[in-house]
Design a protein. Structure first.
Length: 309
């Protein structure tokens, strides 16, 4: 599907309205051609001085097929309480703030992950809902294909799978989970896979759905590469890396095996309940002792022993 309007006489592409302000500000010199249209944005190839980059133009919320599901919003920081209340109420101002926060999330994630060494497109600028970033190309200088558009030999699949798993680890070490990772948003550049499309990235520590999203991301990658190397479908990297992450032991270069043994021991529920009851009784005793201390000793009564004071 062609995204851009064409001038029938000159056969030149008209500049999309959303990119016009960037041209006026000198950030973009020329829109060369449309690149692709996704569920949340349209992407154009643009010229910035002597550099060829891409401009990601976010679609308005009512024109996107990807919804800002609540699980993606959980744990995201907002500027102030007024913004949070407006977003919760869904007012016109709140919807605008939510939209801005959704778009800014990708910009923040790109800078954060690029700084952590994750292979993502390098971001350059963000203005009026348009993100300027690196154009990922193949060995011939053409726009890099998505993984979904390539056929891999088994050894290539194993190599790229290992690379992507390491990128997911780097992301997790940086505190983020992609949340929508699949073969459709990983490009294949000359140096290997490049992860794209991050507006739905979630905070690994603050979002209660982070593990389920990580598990899905990893499963998508294992499933895709497993088409070419079937043994990859049996790996369990998500649970392995999450276990290390929760224990504070996951590092960018932590060796992973792809194996994980579930804890099949029955929980000692009775023992846990006994500990809770013992703690409750001990707490009541201490409260009673503090109350007695505050009232002071009754006439003729010995003061409480030191351990109760």
């Amino acid at each position: 599907m062609c995204l851009a309007e064409q001038d029938p006489e000159l056969n030149l592409m008209k500049t999309p309205k959303r990119i016009e302000p960037l041209i006026e500000d000198g950030l973009v010199d020329e829109v060369l051609r449309p690149l692709m249209s996704g569920k949340e944005a349209a992407v154009y190839v643009v010229r910035c001085g002597t550099q060829v980059r891409c401009a990601k133009v976010y679609k308005e919320a009512n024109k996107r097929s990807f919804r800002q599901a609540a699980e993606y919003q959980e744990g995201r920081k907002v500027r102030n309480s007024r913004q949070a209340r407006a977003m919760a109420k869904g007012s016109k101002y709140g919807r605008k703030e939510a939209e801005d926060a959704w778009q800014n999330a990708e910009v923040a994630a790109l800078f954060r992950l690029a700084g952590a060494g994750v292979r993502v497109p390098k971001p350059f600028d963000f203005q009026d809902g348009v993100l300027l970033m690196e154009l990922v190309v193949d060995e011939d200088g053409n726009a890099a294909p998505r993984l979904n558009d390539v056929h891999l030999e088994p050894e290539q699949a194993r190599e790229y799978h290992a690379f992507v798993i390491r990128q997911i680890v780097l992301m997790l070490c940086a505190g983020l989970v992609h949340g929508d990772l699949s073969e459709f948003n990983v490009l294949l550049g000359p140096d290997g896979p490049v992860i794209i499309d991050l507006p739905q990235a979630v905070d690994a520590a603050a979002n209660n759905h982070a593990f389920s999203m990580l598990d899905r991301d990893v499963a998508n990658m294992s499933g895709y590469f497993g088409r070419f190397a079937p043994e990859l479908r049996e790996t369990r990297y998500a649970r392995e890396m999450w276990s290390l992450f929760e224990a504070g032991e996951l590092l960018p270069d932590t060796p992973l095996t792809g194996e994980f043994m579930d804890d099949d021991h029955d929980a000692d529920v009775g023992g846990v309940l006994r500990e809770i009851e013992a703690a409750r009784i001990d707490d009541e005793r201490r409260r009673a002792a503090r109350d007695d201390l505050e009232r002071g000793p009754v006439k003729g009564e010995e003061p409480p022993p030191p351990w109760m004071q």
